[in-house]
Design a binder for this molecule. Structure first.
Ligand SMILES: O=CCCCC(=O)O
Length: 454
């Protein structure tokens, strides 16, 4: 069986990839198992040196790597270059900080000496999506590898070119065979991989459906799991906010990555006093977006990564219009091309607020009190991020303390940062990536007791 990589903007086939057969998959798992004890024994500084090499390669080749991303999933070249640089940043961050995050602790008490060690646990499977085909792989792999684990990547089939390229970059940076491998397999093979004794955990970024299946497999095999799933982030604008900045960031937060990120703001809740102004100004910004080829420098909005995504977004739009939403601008689809779209008069029971919308569909509702805004924000089954706009500190703290999400940003865009934990609650998943919390997800926290008289 072959997987095809298709350019979503032109519809042209870019490449074909042969699926691993059973024997080849078992060979890759054996390579990973052989690499593990050697990699685990390396010092932090030896591993850090390789990560610094990898960061330099990413920085030097950012244009070429960004082009591959744009070709495979349609991301704007500028956004793709920023993605590559963020990968370099996370490599350097863990190269510099892993040793202190995993520093053994010593506790002496009346019984003797106690040591707490953070040991690597084995092979970790990374099941990653296409929307940030480099970043999400590096976001997971940098801490997992610096902790001494080895990584097996099962990437999304439409970005297997990126997956193969990432494996090649690890090799060029000097990582030994088997430490990081990309597996060209289908979802059916995940079960075989998860059952393998060497594989001790799985990290998945993807849909709720995929998360639920992988969590079941992890549970059945008693393996660790971290899930980073969907989001329907609220973007709350109070009447006392700086409206011009809020609108600008709101459009950016909805339209970046063509609206295809778990942390794009999806439900815009605007105080009734400034609602008309917000909608008018958002429409004016959206009108000016230049839609086109992701590889051209003057394009600021491109296409969706696959046609089924565009079709689903169209269904959500049509249902919401029937439910009473008002189309302010956009709304037309041609293949993977979906116009940046603005809907006003949105109510919290409409399709676009109940479901996650993965594309350029900006949906604005109004509220009268902050309590009502909080109620709508928390009514979602997701809990990934939230952005709140106000000039009053008490109001900001009211939302920060009561919103049920893993990230709350005041007067700013929700974004991940290697220095801070990232993840969600409710149906957005569990566990954390990045920062000290992220590197401790896949380690054996081992207590060692030594009596005083030894
Ligand atoms: O779809 C999820 C995107 C998360 C991107 C990030 O880690 O910043």
């Amino acid at each position: 069986m072959k997987f095809e990589s298709i350019n979503p903007f032109t519809g042209e086939k870019i490449a074909e990839y042969d699926k691993l057969d059973e024997v080849q998959l078992l060979e890759k798992l054996a390579d990973s198992e052989t690499a593990f004890p050697l990699w685990k024994r390396k010092s932090f500084s030896q591993k850090a040196e390789l990560f610094q090499n990898l960061a330099s390669i990413l920085e030097e080749r950012k244009e070429q790597l960004a082009e591959l991303i744009s070709l495979e999933m349609g991301k704007l070249r500028e956004e793709a270059e920023a993605e590559i640089l963020k990968c370099a940043l996370v490599c350097r961050f863990y190269a510099e900080n892993a040793a202190s995050f995993l520093q053994a602790k010593e506790v002496t008490n009346e019984l003797g000496f106690n040591y707490i060690h953070y040991d690597a646990i084995g092979g970790i499977l990374a099941i990653m999506p296409w929307n940030f085909p480099f970043w999400q792989v590096f976001r997971f792999s940098s801490p997992a590898l610096m902790a001494g684990n080895v990584v097996l990547l099962k990437h999304a089939p439409n970005v297997f070119g990126c997956a193969q390229m990432i494996e090649q970059l690890f090799e060029e940076a000097g990582f030994e065979k088997g430490v990081f491998q990309s597996l060209i397999v289908d979802v059916e093979e995940v079960e075989t991989i998860m059952e393998h004794d060497h594989v001790q955990g799985v990290a998945l970024t993807g849909s709720e459906k995929a998360g639920a299946s992988v969590a079941m497999l992890a549970g059945k095999n008693i393996k660790r799991s971290v899930l980073e799933l969907g989001g329907s982030d609220p973007f709350i604008v109070m009447a006392d906010a700086n409206i011009d900045t809020a609108v600008k960031v709101a459009v950016q937060s909805r339209m970046s990555n063509a609206g295809q990120a778990c942390i794009n703001a999806k439900r815009f809740l605007v105080a009734q006093e400034v609602y008309d102004e917000f909608v008018r100004k958002a429409k004016a910004i959206i009108e000016k977006l230049k839609v086109g080829n992701p590889l051209l420098a003057d394009t600021n909005f491109s296409c969706l990564a696959r046609i089924d995504l565009a079709e689903n977004l169209e269904r959500q739009l049509e249902e919401s219009l029937e439910e009473g939403a008002k189309l302010e601008i956009g709304g037309r689809r041609d293949g993977t091309s979906f116009e940046p779209t603005l809907l006003s008069n949105v109510k919290d029971n409409m399709t676009v607020f109940r479901e996650e919308t993965f594309g350029p569909l900006m949906c604005v509702a109004q509220f009268d009190t902050k309590e009502r805004a909080l109620q709508i924000a928390n009514a979602s089954e997701y809990g990934l991020g939230a952005s709140v706009w106000t000039s009053d500190k008490q109001t900001a703290m009211f939302f920060a303390q009561n919103i049920e999400t893993g990230n709350v940003f005041i007067n700013n865009l929700v974004k991940s940062d290697p220095r801070f934990p990232f993840g969600g609650v409710k149906r957005s998943g569990y566990g954390r990536e990045l920062a000290e919390e992220g590197i401790k997800e896949f380690v054996n926290i081992k207590r060692i007791f030594v009596p005083k008289d030894l």
